[in-house]
Write a protein that binds this ligand. Structure first.
Ligand SMILES: [Zn+2]
Ligand SMILES: [Zn+2]
Length: 209
């Protein structure tokens, strides 16, 4: 996750929206059922009146209609509240996506700026780190927006002896002609990156220098 786990917030919001929509749907079904019941009761009540049924029967049917109407009102109100919550959630969701986009644009910008040939390898390593961060951010938003991430990974360059895409902190072999160029720290048995001033060759290149 990048920059304070924006993606994490987003992932938490999605189920909330889902739940909200499900509740609204439930209220819709209840509302429809109550309406059907009310139609039946109203018909029974008008029949009772026109056939001059007993007053107690008329009263019972009238009360039934009244209670059903009250229930319908309550369901409508609750649905209204949920709909309002729903649009607030959707707004929040949209805000998060906008934030991630802004952060992503920023990281990519930084990466591109730093990519311009720099004096020292040390800086190049820093630039690569930024670039990796931007890549991670990009992967994250791709995932968030449910785009086809596997398609993207197919076109991503492969590094290291493990021949995988770049992730986490990586180290560059000082040999400019190194076939792998960049290595995952773990794959070369490192826990932390050596100081920027250190000269590092991969196992394959080490013997030649
Ligand atoms: Zn590796
Ligand atoms: Zn090498």
């Amino acid at each position: 996750m990048v920059n304070g786990s924006l993606g994490g917030v987003l992932f938490l919001l999605q189920p909330a929206i889902q739940k909200n929509l499900e509740s609204i749907k439930k209220y819709d079904i209840e509302w429809k059922q109550l309406h059907d019941q009310l139609a039946v009761s109203v018909e029974a009540y008008s029949k009772a009146i026109s056939s001059n049924a007993k007053y107690t029967e008329q009263l019972r049917l009238f009360t039934e209609c009244q209670q059903l109407s009250a229930k319908i009102r309550k369901v409508s109100q609750e649905k209204h509240i949920l709909t309002k919550d729903g649009s607030e959630l959707a707004n929040k969701h949209f805000e998060q996506i906008t934030k991630i986009r802004a952060n992503l644009a920023e990281s990519i910008n930084e990466a591109t700026t730093l990519e311009i040939p720099v004096r020292k390898r040390a800086n190049k390593r820093g630039a690569r780190k930024k670039e990796i961060q931007a890549e991670i951010a990009h992967n994250e938003i791709t995932e968030v927006l449910n785009l086809d991430i596997t398609e993207k990974l197919k076109h991503e360059p492969l590094y290291c002896t493990c021949r995988k895409t770049s992730y986490g902190e990586m180290i560059e072999c000082e040999n400019n002609k190194c076939p792998e160029q960049w290595f995952h720290l773990r794959c070369v048995g490192l826990e932390v990156a050596p100081p920027e001033s250190a000269v590092w060759y991969c196992d394959a290149c080490r013997g030649h220098f």
